[in-house]
Ligand binder design. Structure first.
Ligand code: ZN
Length: 244
């Protein structure tokens, strides 16, 4: 397999999904082998549950927070961090992730846009409260945590079903894709949002577009010019010419 030459690109945008974290023992929420295979996430992780049963949201995601105490970034995370570190000062690198595990940052990635938030962070459920999001090691599965400033329930700093992607994240994504010349989607479906939308934008501005995933696209998304199939933690070190 010929490795990619990144030197010619000025603005590299990478999108990652669950396939990148699988080798770190982070199960996807949905689909086969998913954490939520027996429940309907659209019902139990809907934003309305914050009102009706906020503790259940903590119980649902608390498992993941606990898992992350021992989970480690894998070769896919490390390769992306290494690429970012090795680019020249004139090259821009943006890593957009759908994952909420924070493993890209732990691997050393710097410019990360978390589309769906970060499960390791806690914030206040009251929009007008001044409490800022903070790194929280407790999983709060037994008792609903309460904000010390306003007495509202605290919540995970993640995007629930029925919630919008935060405006700032959305803006940053648009900015990065506007003059992107290399777009790579890794470990995510190439046929639905967000990869399908992002690749269309990247293609529109003339970027080279690459799809890397365990499963092929079904149906094929014509905006992806190249497709590499396999495990992210195996393919990325090969494609990026890094060894571990
Ligand atoms: Zn508060």
């Amino acid at each position: 397999m010929q490795s990619l030459d990144f030197s010619a690109y000025r603005n590299i945008v990478v999108l990652t999904g669950a396939g990148v974290s699988a080798a770190s023992g982070i199960q996807p929420f949905r689909g086969q082998g998913g954490l939520w295979k027996d429940i309907n996430p659209f019902v139990v992780a809907d934003v309305s549950v914050l009102e009706t049963n906020p503790l259940s949201i903590w119980q649902l995601f608390g498992k993941l927070r606990t898992q992350l105490e021992t989970a480690q970034p894998n070769a896919a995370h490390l390769t992306l961090a290494k690429l970012e570190a090795q680019l020249s000062a004139s090259q821009k690198f943006t890593l957009i992730t759908q994952n909420i595990d924070g493993l890209h940052q732990r691997a050393g990635s710097l410019n990360v846009i978390e589309l769906h938030g970060n499960v390791n962070y806690t914030r206040c459920s009251n929009h007008t409260c001044s409490l800022t999001s903070y790194l929280d090691k407790y999983s709060h599965q037994e008792l609903l945590p309460i904000c010390q400033l306003c007495n509202s329930p605290l919540r995970l700093d993640i995007v629930l079903f029925g919630e919008q992607i935060p405006v700032k994240q959305e803006w940053l994504v648009k900015q990065s894709l506007r003059d992107c010349d290399l777009f790579i989607a890794i470990g995510t479906s190439g046929t639905v949002w967000p990869a399908a939308n992002f690749v269309r934008s990247a293609h529109y501005v003339g970027a080279r577009t690459i799809f890397i995933n365990l499963e092929p696209m079904k149906p094929q998304n014509p905006y992806f010019q190249e497709e590499y199939l396999g495990l992210a933690e195996e393919l990325l070190p090969l494609l990026f010419n890094y060894e571990y």
